[in-house]
Ligand binder design. Sequence first.
Ligand code: FES
Length: 284
Amino acid sequence: MWDYTKEVKDHFLNPRNVGEIEKPDGIGEVGSMACGDALRLTFKLDKEGRIGEVKFKTFGCASAIASSSALTEIVKGMTLEEAEKVTNKDIAEYLGGLPEAKMHCSVMGREALQAAIRNYRGVGSDKKKIIDGKIVCQCFGVTEHEIKKAIKDNHLATVEEVTNYTKAGGGCGNCHDDIRTLIKEVFLEAQQEEANFEKPTQYDILTNIQKIDRVSHLLNDMIRPTLQRDGGDLELIDLDNNVVFIKLKGACSGCIGAASTMKDFIEHKLKDDVSPKLRVKEVN
Ligand code: FES
């Protein structure tokens, strides 16, 4: 038997927001009955452009139902920009954790949400997950891009772990060699990134005051206006040895997507525009 947390049991036995919204703004569908898991997510925006109503229908196991229920609770009240930053880790954490072999249920929730947002935005006008790249696992229709993303995001090192997070490899096993190759590729890419990190850059020869100036400009001109549009903000607290200490404010402070905002948005932009060596750290 699976060792489920009390939160998983609660969301499985008393799922929130079950059903389907009539005339929704966005619909997302992932999985298939044949593969054992399927999820249909619908949402409607309120007058402020936030997710006012969100419902799901899931065919699957207890963790698939609990993950879908948790996802709807997490994104309710969020803007689409906030919602698309929700990760499968956020869903698993909300539930107090999921068994390793059931992590793919949280990934399915994130994919359904992204498909629904794309559907709302009319990207490809398709409510189903976009097949992004070559399919590696024919049994479960999992692509190279999805497998590499899962390996990177969750530091996976074995075929078994990849199966737990994506279902790839959980059928006939014909794709196991390809999955091993992808694990190696991600490892080599990470090593290359590390090597680039060691190379001196223009930024390294600046004085500390010049460095702070460059970082402040980017934060004030490019990042704060985006956060402020959603009622959030930030404050630069310090810069020490390539670590940028930032305090999130307003709607960003305490937001479920705060970790992703720091890593995927702020740090990403600082690395691209100022120096690849910069890291961000949140200060409370
Ligand atoms: S092709 Fe991946 S398990 Fe069958």
